[in-house]
Design a protein around this ligand. Structure first.
Ligand code: HEM
Length: 488
């Protein structure tokens, strides 16, 4: 009797192993017998993760030199395609855009993005469409941008005043902090009619600390690439996220309660949260991307003083030295615009863009792309490709002033330069970002001369994270260059 039981158990186990092997091998053959794009062979389960290092955009750019512009690889257990040329990016974000309209579910979006309900990670569908429409109409689209120009002007003037004080005292400033404050306030005034960093009060301090924590823990997470071990929470990231989520919840609930109490005062000019709440929703946005572009541009100008001088000369001719630059001056400043484009090219804030995922299996250029394949564009690699750009490592804004480069637009149609992505899920904030970046950078360059503190060497190293930041924050000395009453 016992013997029969053992036999039965052994047969059961053998059958189980046989079925698992049969289906796994079947699956592997089914996928590999299709013509997948070329790519590096990774490790079982881990895929290429162990090879990516601290600068994945650089590693992937080097791999693409060997395997080509449409590369297939395994990130953990996830099928992934990386596009590294304008044509490859066009193939996915234009020809196949309809099949790549969703973003992969990642742990950060689940625990910190209210179950992927924010605009960045929302599933493509009616909710995403409504959020996108409201955001464009009331906050970030052409007309909304004009309506909020006074908010931007107020914040920029505030920032210039703070910088001026550092200049008078001959103290170095860490410009990144001031930029983040100004840009966050620009957004929060539109969304909440409130300057988050207005005062050095407890509330804004707590918020700042939460944002820093958010940035620190929402980087690369092993459970995003090997989902079946996600439950183990290696590194404790999920429990940290849950804890931070509770803090955000308390903060946002209080903000919304305060908001509702005084909604009647804003009947004439409702802010974005009023409109979202009227439509039964809420959302939040990041601003780090814009401040990092300005910081990189200033760093490049400190490294290339002739570019700073030429920009100042151009702005002086249009604005003079008796007033500050205003947004309507921007269209007369092609060199300033070229400096911004050159910075997007060489120092893109989102070097691997924001990932998408395929809805169903598809074909491109004779290659088979499985369902649920993640897709990244290596924007950083395209910006440094010698086949597209002459002397790609040189910071040379002039390249955008003549010839075919002068016609390059940033709205996702010229795939040589797509810092904001392309297609239906192109960055919803790109119009605002372009204006804010040109306006702030132009104002900083026009209002001050910039120098490195004595004995400080410029460090241009990158730090890969949610955005591509400077590894060492820029610290600089400023000397006011406009008539003194402009700064009061
Ligand atoms: C230099 C500044 C910025 C850069 C480089 C940037 C870049 C990007 C990129 C590459 C994407 C993904 C596009 C795609 O999937 O094809 C994106 C999406 C997005 N960006 Fe930006 N962004 C910037 C500023 C902003 C600003 C200022 C806001 C809002 C205030 C914003 C809000 C968003 C949102 C909500 C999405 C998701 C859109 C969707 O999935 O429908 N971005 N951004």
């Amino acid at each position: 009797m016992n013997y029969d039981l053992f036999l039965l158990r052994d047969i059961g186990i053998s059958l189980f192993i046989f079925l698992i092997s049969y289906f796994s091998i079947g699956l592997i053959f089914k996928v590999t017998s299709k013509n997948l794009p070329p790519g590096p062979k990774g490790w079982p389960i881990l895929g290429v993760l162990p090879h990516l290092g601290t600068m994945p955009h650089v590693t992937l750019a080097n791999m693409a030199k060997k395997f080509g512009p449409i590369m297939y690889l395994k990130m953990g257990t996830c099928d992934t395609i990386v596009a590294s040329s304008p044509n490859a990016a066009r193939a996915f974000l234009k020809t196949l855009d309809h099949n790549f309209l969703n973003r992969p579910t990642i742990i950060g979006a689940t625990h910190l993005g209210y179950n992927s309900q924010d605009l960045v990670f929302a599933k493509y569908g009616p909710k995403w469409k409504l959020l996108r429409k409201l955001t464009t109409l009331h906050m970030l689209g052409g007309k909304a941008l004009q309506n909020w120009s006074n908010v931007r002007e107020k914040e920029v003037k505030n920032m210039v005043r703070s910088i001026h004080e550092f200049g008078i005292k001959c103290e170095p400033i860490e410009i990144g902090d001031l930029l983040s404050c100004a840009i966050t306030n620009m957004v929060s005034e539109v969304v909440l009619s409130k300057r988050i960093f207005a005062n050095k009060g407890q509330e804004s301090k707590e918020f700042k600390e939460m944002v820093v924590e958010f940035m620190t823990i929402s980087g690369v997470n092993i459970g995003d690439f090997i989902p079946f071990i996600g439950w183990m929470d290696l590194g404790g990231v999920v429990s940290k996220m849950k804890c931070l989520h509770k803090k955000f919840d308390v903060f946002l609930t209080k903000m919304i309660e305060d908001h509702v109490k005084c909604a009647h005062e804003r009947k004439e000019k409702p802010n974005f949260l009023d409109i979202l709440m009227a439509n039964g929703d809420d959302d939040d946005f990041g601003t780090d991307t814009s401040s990092s572009i300005i910081e990189w541009a200033l760093a490049e100008m400190l490294r290339n003083p002739h570019i700073l001088l030429r920009a100042q000369k151009e702005i002086d001719q249009v604005v003079g030295k008796g007033r500050m630059l205003v947004e309507s001056d921007l269209q007369k400043l092609p060199y300033l615009q070229a400096i911004c484009k050159e910075t997007y090219r060489l120092h893109p804030s989102t070097p691997l863009s924001v990932p998408r995922v395929s809805n169903k299996a598809c074909q491109i250029n004779g290659y088979y792309i499985p369902k649920d394949t993640r897709f990244n564009v290596n924007i950083w690699a395209i910006g440094r490709d010698p086949d597209i750009w002459a002397n790609p490592l040189e910071f040379n804004p002039e390249r955008f002033l003549s010839g075919k480069n002068a016609r390059i637009d940033l709205n996702g149609v010229d795939f040589e330069l797509i810092p904001f992505g392309a297609g239906r899920r192109i960055c919803v904030g790109y119009r605002m970002a372009i204006v804010v970046i040109e306006y702030i950078l132009g104002t900083l360059v026009h209002s001050f001369d910039w120098k490195l503190p004595i004995g400080v060497e410029l460090n241009m190293d990158e730090a890969f994270g949610l955005t591509l930041q400077k590894a060492v924050p820029l610290s600089a000395m400023v000397i006011p260059r406009l008539v003194s009453n402009v700064y009061v």
